[in-house]
Design a protein around this ligand. Structure first.
Ligand code: FAD
Ligand code: SF4
Length: 371
């Protein structure tokens, strides 16, 4: 098993209120075996509709059953994965953290033969550094791709074998999470609260909800999930670009979206993006090829900037993308790849699908201790 994070769990982030159904089936004794998830069963479930001025609590009995969280647990999915890795190793599974699957291998008949791990020690300009180590080919009877919601190899598999042929257009969401230490008297372990409304409704076109999960150790997981919608879910962004190019009048109308102005972070309750990236312990070897690749390097400045004010400047939660030099009349698209938290939003949300996320050197990315 390959894991691109520095350890199993390093790249795992979830709210999380977890249904233990699969654990019950696979490892029925998990509660007695020291699994960290067993610590905090969900005991109190609330649903709030938020307004700028306050909240309305929705009575539990009128919410649909799937929102009841009956039998679920709250805790750290990363720590659950760490524990699962130790269980897997005891069963004889070999785990290689710090190694990214970078390439799919096919045999002569076109069937998947396995994967190759990425080369290590390649400099930004593609030359080999003194510590250069070529990637390894791993051949397997079965290759199981479990890269998360937008795996870059899974993307290739889906395209190569036309797996999305009879599927509906994919819908994605982006979740943001913070862990807060709160005063003991406000902490109710096992309380989960889901919210709708403010502040997502302030942002045109956004939908989703928030969560507040009281976990162990006077810690609360707090965050939200919002949908990453395109203007037209039935057209690929590329098709949309072609459509807009063909109708400059429509393009001019569509591009005049409402600008949302957010208050500046106060450093007490709200924080800027880079200080949050700092908390994620994100680290990449600096001298390596940029893993945010552009199919056409001119599109950000020549097309995305005049058409959409280059949205990558705003949707990237880690502030990886910047447009500099606008006031000097010489705009340039800058990619601060070392800050990337591997959320894949750019790979999904870029209006022309020009950004292609590929794996950086193994071990790079966030190092979440207990998300
Ligand atoms: C803020 C937030 C809150 C959420 N809350 C909840 C909740 O309360 N309850 C719930 O049930 N779900 C929740 N979810 C959803 C849940 O976390 C995800 O659905 C789940 O983690 C997906 O699991 P996965 O194994 O498919 O992918 P992931 O958890 O993304 O795991 C993929 C793993 O593969 C590794 N990997 C990827 N590509 C490569 C590669 N090429 N080579 C080697 N390794 C690779 C990654 O580093 C990672 O460790 C939430 C998600 C977010 C973001
Ligand atoms: S994957 Fe893309 S959007 Fe996400 S942090 Fe990295 S550069 Fe930013």
């Amino acid at each position: 098993m390959l894991e691109k994070g520095s350890e199993v769990g390093a790249h795992i982030l979830s709210g999380a209120a977890i249904d233990p159904k699969a654990l019950d089936e696979l490892l029925p004794q998990w509660r007695e075996q020291g699994c960290p998830l067993a610590e905090v069963p969900v005991t109190d479930n609330q649903h709030w509709i938020l307004f700028k001025a306050g909240k309305v609590a929705v009575p539990h009995f009128i919410t649909p059953k799937f929102m009841h969280n009956t039998g679920t647990y709250t805790g750290s999915l990363g720590n659950l994965c760490r524990w699962l890795a130790s269980q897997a190793e005891e069963l004889g599974v070999e785990i290689f953290p710090g190694f990214a699957a970078a390439e799919i291998l096919f045999d002569e008949s076109g069937a998947v033969l396995g994967v190759a791990t990425g080369d290590m020690g390649v400099a930004r300009d593609g030359t080999h550094k003194p510590d250069y180590t070529p990637g390894l080919e791993l051949h397997a009877k079965y290759t199981f791709f479990a890269e998360g919601v937008r795996g870059h190899l899974s993307k290739e598999i889906i395209r190569t074998f036309d797996l999305a042929r009879d599927a509906q257009p994919q819908v994605y969401g982006l979740g943001i999470k913070e862990l807060w230490d709160i005063p003991a008297e406000q902490h109710v372990p096992g309380r989960v609260i889901h919210t709708q409304g403010w502040p997502l409704k302030e942002t045109p076109g956004s939908n989703g909800g928030g969560f507040i999960y009281h976990q162990a150790g006077e810690q609360v997981a707090i965050g939200f999930v919002t949908w990453l919608s395109y203007t037209n879910p039935y057209l690929s962004p590329f098709q949309e670009m072609q459509r807009w190019k063909a109708h400059p009048g429509i393009a001019a109308l569509l591009k005049g979206g409402k600008r949302v102005s957010y208050p500046k972070p106060d450093g007490v309750l709200t924080f800027d993006r880079l200080s949050s990236v700092f908390l994620s312990n994100t680290n990449h070897e600096e001298d390596q090829p940029v893993h945010l690749t552009l199919r056409d390097p001119n599109i950000p400045v020549e097309y995305d900037l005049p058409m959409f004010d280059e949205p990558a400047q705003r949707y990237c939660p880690a502030g990886v993308y910047e447009i500099v030099g606008v006031s000097e009349g010489d705009p340039k698209f800058v990619i601060n790849a070392q800050n990337c938290v591997h959320c894949k939003t750019c790979d999904i949300k870029d209006p022309t699908q020009n950004i292609n996320w590929v794996v950086p050197e193994g071990g790079g990315g966030p190092n979440y201790p207990n998300m």
